[in-house]
Ligand binder design. Sequence first.
Ligand SMILES: C[S@@+](CC[C@H](N)C(=O)[O-])C[C@H]1O[C@@H](n2cnc3c(N)ncnc32)[C@H](O)[C@@H]1O
Length: 391
Amino acid sequence: MNDLAPLLTPEGRALLDEVRDTDPAHELAVATRLRREHPAGLVSAALGQARLRQRAVAKFGEQDAGRMFFTPDGVEQSTRASVAAYRAERFKELGVTSVADLCCGIGGDAIALARAGIRVLAVDRDPLTAAAARANADALGLAGLIEVREADVTEVDTAGYDAVFVDPARRGGRGRIFDPEAYSPPLSWAVGAARTASRAAALKVAPGIPHEAVPAGAEAEWISDGGEVKEAVLWFGAGQAAPVRATLLPGPRTLPSRGLPDPAVRPPGRYLYEPDGAVVRAHLVAEVAEELDGGLLDATIAYITADEHRPTPYATAYEITDRLPFNVKKLKALLRERQVGVLTVKKRGSAVEPEELRRKVLPKPHGRASVTVFLTRVDGAPTMLLGHPAR
Ligand SMILES: C[S@@+](CC[C@H](N)C(=O)[O-])C[C@H]1O[C@@H](n2cnc3c(N)ncnc32)[C@H](O)[C@@H]1O
């Protein structure tokens, strides 16, 4: 499909409603029936759009995804609603009332900004993507706050806006792009645009961005949602109290850096804490270890060990019951003895494949007990720590 217009006609909208819940297994039969009454191109466009909407539910929720318009890249690259809403609130708290959303895609961020009451200029150079962003602003009743412009962002004047947000394209013909200068537009251009913003600016980047690539004066924020790292954002003019922070959704719970040195290595205590991915990416394990009065199991591994159970949103606590040198036979014998049926394998600093290990060591027939095994190093030595989530 290279044009959204037919789907926006009354016939297109009626067809979209009709194919809304089509089971992919029945798509061919449904298409054959509908083609007797509607143009074939329109039928396949509607079925394609229904499929994209189903894929978008995970990011936008059933209600919005069912009304929005997507392109395949647009679904893939859009910011999930929870993260976009959090960012929009942050802009709002900074007193921002208007944002130039440069590289708006199908409008994931523009929608959240408008819902926070912020006026948005949403720019994308791809005609179909810009058409989807416009259709989404209409479909969600936000057209009064979102102006969509089909243009190259490098040619857009952002002078009339309080803030700039740039979410460059990070996928090339050969998959994901890791070099920030290979983004479209390149990160250096986005940083230049951010520095011209009158009040604040934010640039979305890949969570793997090296800390050395964070521009001077910017705050880098790593965001996870439901324990999964989603993105990193570089903030400019956001009154940064700390150069780095980790933010966990839902919440938000935000942990700023305090510039602490790496925690000391210490012998394993009764509890092992697995820090959230955003904490690890933001290099804030020391901040969490201090809160837990803990240390590291190994200087190069982000597992914290401590004597007490202190619940924290920034790490998941496990009570450790056994410590063994890495040895598959011993693990197998121990799991048999304990009648284990469910084995959760966690690893840092080990090349072992969890699925393969589970296959080798789980007793048959399975017992009923659950165990978590951590494959890691304790002060350099390959070690297995067994335990369960702390209660
Ligand atoms: C990562 S997506 C944006 C996703 C968006 N924030 C959302 O939540 O839906 C990046 C977009 O940048 C657009 N783009 C890349 N280079 C551009 C340029 N120079 N000018 C305008 N748009 C550009 C692409 O067409 C793509 O839609």
